[in-house]
Design a protein around this ligand. Structure first.
Ligand code: CO
Length: 222
């Protein structure tokens, strides 16, 4: 427990600092949250949602899991999406993955063990879906980078096909789902250009995104 005391000290300092800048900050926030964005990201400690887009508490609704996956039987993630759209009236959903994602690597190397193996099977399904392309990439780093990108685009598709997203579009509510990737090496985000704003856009927009990934030759890490 000794080491955790530092966290409480940090917390006290953080709270004081925020109130110095804005004395009403916590009172205001305690009454209502009004985030404009839903962030679906990886649990990786190096990819903190708020910090890397410079947002304060109250400004981004967050769901994170290993390898930023959106599965149609994951009621945790689905509930977050529903709450974001229906209760918080969020109109922008960001699926943000990152290069050097450990989950993607484990799936690619087939080296994951135990329970997490089952979770990462979803990534292996994506690998299988893009098998011929991935087999054509000789460089392992490039292959790893491409799979990180493809995973994000597939998760954008998954978000778009959830019932809450479908209902929002049926009701002609404004809703856009984006796919971004974060580069650990320079702290920068890159938009994969797969922003979907309606049911009819899902396949054409994400297909174009996948073609762009297939054509990409860059290596983003190493
Ligand atoms: Co990760």
């Amino acid at each position: 427990m000794g080491n955790l005391n530092t966290l409480f000290e940090n917390n006290k300092n953080w709270s004081q600092q925020i109130q110095l800048d804005d004395p009403q900050f916590f009172t205001r926030l305690a009454n209502q949250q009004n985030p404009k964005y839903l962030w679906i990201g990886c649990s990786d400690s190096r990819v903190p949602a708020n910090e890397l887009v410079g947002l304060m508490p109250g400004e981004v609704f967050v769901h994170r899991n290993v390898a930023n996956l959106v599965n149609h039987t994951d009621f945790n993630c689905l509930s977050v999406i529903q709450y974001a759209i229906e209760a918080l009236k969020i109109e922008e959903i960001i699926v943000c993955g990152h290069y050097r994602c450990g989950g993607i690597h484990e799936a690619m190397e087939n080296s994951c063990k135990g329970l997490v193996n089952n979770w990462l099977r979803h990534v292996q399904d994506i690998e299988f879906l893009h098998k011929s392309f991935l087999e054509s990439v000789d460089d392992q780093t490039e292959k790893y980078d491409r799979l990180c990108e493809l995973n994000i685009i597939e998760q954008v598709r998954n978000v778009c096909r959830t019932t809450p997203a479908g209902s929002a579009w049926d009701e002609e509510k404004s809703l856009t789902v984006h796919g971004w990737i974060y580069n650990l090496s320079n702290g920068l985000l890159h938009d994969l250009g797969v922003s979907v704003s309606g049911k009819e856009e899902i396949m054409p927009v994400t297909d174009r995104g996948i073609e762009a990934v297939y054509a990409r030759k860059e290596r983003f890490h190493g």
